[in-house]
Design a protein around this ligand. Structure first.
Ligand SMILES: [Zn+2]
Length: 526
């Protein structure tokens, strides 16, 4: 009898336990309280707003009934309603319970990847042999099963296979991958959990075509952008590749990361890059140049040429340099300095110690923006407003980015609007001229609602460079001019300064941008 009962229990206990585990475990795990983070440690969708010294949160996010016209409540009122006491008064130290945002595909922690790139240029063959190490921490609230890298140089019209991949290693174990034009898909050995870190090593070779382009060699100048595998951004829970084969606009974009780069170059070539130069050491026949980004930047580009002349200007912590070939271009450096000082004041701080302007033989574009680096075309020529526009991109493109494939009007429109703001103060005659030209070239007159419909267009939907420019640049600027009329120049500045603060080193998406602008419109004068 005793023995029988024991025998019975041996069977019963595992059966009951398995049944309990299978049926109840998913529900019996204590949910606990949501993680708490400082309001600026996480990117929420929709974002919290700072207004009148308080942080306002969209109440729907926290399961509360919306009150007031905009559905926002001060965080100091939301916290007691959730049974919590606010931790840090009304300032920076206030903690948000991360309620519900785990299911939101675009909410993430601010973990910035770190790229370490070592590359050697072979100038006669016009190739770069590179080795990249990426330290990546999954910033999302869900696991990742693969990584997508963009190979931008393969995505330009007629440039397939300029960037080739030799080997990929994940956490010291070789990994399998697929390359399809500009897409490099890397399969992870096992899922990468939220917050977990992965080391990715990629060996690659990039061929530099002979052309006066953003990636190309022309005369004796090497223009080098989009030259290495760069992690694709994610949108709505999926990787966002490049818009291949499109000649206009910026058909790829990236999220910010720290960069440490070593370039091995022949001693005859000088270099200007998207980073602070930290060393230039002779190594046999070569010079080993080292760079660091200091803070996150959106990508790393550089230019090489022999025999540049240079001019310098220091503004606060930042050294602005101009590299040019022949005559010192009159006033280029002065205009860059004026614009830089103005935008620092108007939009917010510039967190790097370097800003490099370089004259290059670029075809088709007067200027081109990279983080801490501006191309100015000697081939097409550039005017003073082009310099101001490119300097403004350091705030709108580099510090705060956007999807340049579906909403290029955000950074282009804001760079143009910034240019108008600069001239409104510094040269009112030129300001009126530029404004009239933009309005005339924008074509049909649309109101704000019609504009926000018309502006969010995929790059491939434009029929030509001219069509792209009319919508993205001209109508994109008219949008900001109309927004200024609607909310007042000061309130618009305040809203955009908030975006510079909350979205620094991040990307703003069009619906979030409109949400923030609407908040400021509704609370205007409060
Ligand atoms: Zn631009």
């Amino acid at each position: 009898m005793r023995q029988k009962r024991w025998f019975f229990l041996v069977f019963l206990v595992p059966v009951v336990f398995s049944f309990y585990w299978l049926v109840f475990r998913p529900w019996s795990v204590p949910i606990g309280s949501p993680p708490e983070v400082l309001y600026d440690q996480v990117v929420l969708d929709p974002p919290p707003i700072k207004w009148g010294g308080k942080i306002w949160v969209p109440v729907n996010e926290f399961g509360l009934v919306a009150q007031g016209p905009s559905g926002y409540l001060p965080l100091s009122q939301v916290m007691p309603a959730l049974g919590r006491s606010p931790s840090g008064g009304h300032g920076e130290g206030i903690r948000l319970p991360l309620w519900g945002s785990g299911s939101k595909k675009d909410s993430h922690y601010r973990y910035y990847p770190v790229y370490q790139i070592k590359a050697r240029l072979e100038p006669e063959k016009r190739i770069i042999v590179g080795h990249l190490v990426l330290a990546y921490q999954n910033p999302y609230f869900y696991p990742l099963y693969d990584l997508l890298f963009n190979l931008p140089s393969n995505g330009w019209p007629g440039s397939e296979n300029t960037l080739t991949i030799q080997r990929i290693v994940l956490n010291n174990k070789p990994a399998s991958f697929i390359v399809k034009k500009s897409r490099l898909e890397v399969f992870l050995h096992r899922p990468l959990a939220s917050g977990e870190t992965l080391k990715v090593e990629i060996s690659f070779t990039t061929y530099l075509p002979q052309r006066p382009a953003r990636l190309g060699v022309w005369e004796d100048t090497f223009m080098v952008s989009g030259w290495y595998p760069i992690l694709s951004p994610r949108e709505k829970g999926a990787w966002r590749g490049m818009a291949e084969g499109i000649a206009w606009g910026d058909p790829y974009f990236a999220d910010s990361a720290y960069y440490n780069v070593e370039l091995e170059l022949p001693p005859s070539l000088m270099v200007r890059a998207s980073g602070r130069t930290t060393g230039g050491e002779q190594r046999g026949e070569r010079v080993l140049w080292t760079f660091m980004s200091e803070k996150p930047i959106r990508e790393f580009a550089f230019v090489l040429a022999p025999g540049w002349k240079q001019a310098y200007a220091q503004i606060d912590q930042t050294l602005i340099t101009l590299a040019f070939r022949n005559q010192l271009p009159t006033s280029t450096l002065d205009i860059a300095m004026g614009a830089f000082a103005f935008f620092k004041e108007y939009w917010g701080p510039y967190p790097y110690s370097y800003l490099n302007l370089v004259e290059v033989p670029l075809e088709g574009l007067s200027g081109m923006e990279y983080p801490g680096l501006v191309f100015l075309s000697t081939r097409k020529g550039y005017t003073p407003p082009v310099i101001v526009h490119e300097v403004a991109h350091q705030w709108w493109y580099n510090l705060v980015g956007n999807d340049t494939i579906s909403s290029s009007w955000i950074d282009e429109g804001l760079a143009e609007y910034s240019t108008l703001l600069y001239y409104r103060v510094h040269d009112p005659v030129l300001y009126r001229q530029l404004k009239e030209d933009i309005i005339a070239e924008a074509g049909e007159t649309l109101n704000l609602e019609e504009l926000s419909e018309a502006l969010n267009r995929e790059l491939k939907s434009f029929t030509s460079e001219k069509d792209y420019r009319q919508v993205t640049y001209r109508q994109g600027t008219v949008y900001w001019l109309k927004m200024e009329e609607k909310m007042g120049v000061k309130t618009l500045q305040e809203a955009l300064r908030y975006i510079q603060e909350y979205y620094r080193f991040e990307r703003i998406e069009a619906p979030w941008l409109e949400g923030i602008l609407n908040f400021y419109i509704q609370h205007k004068g409060k």
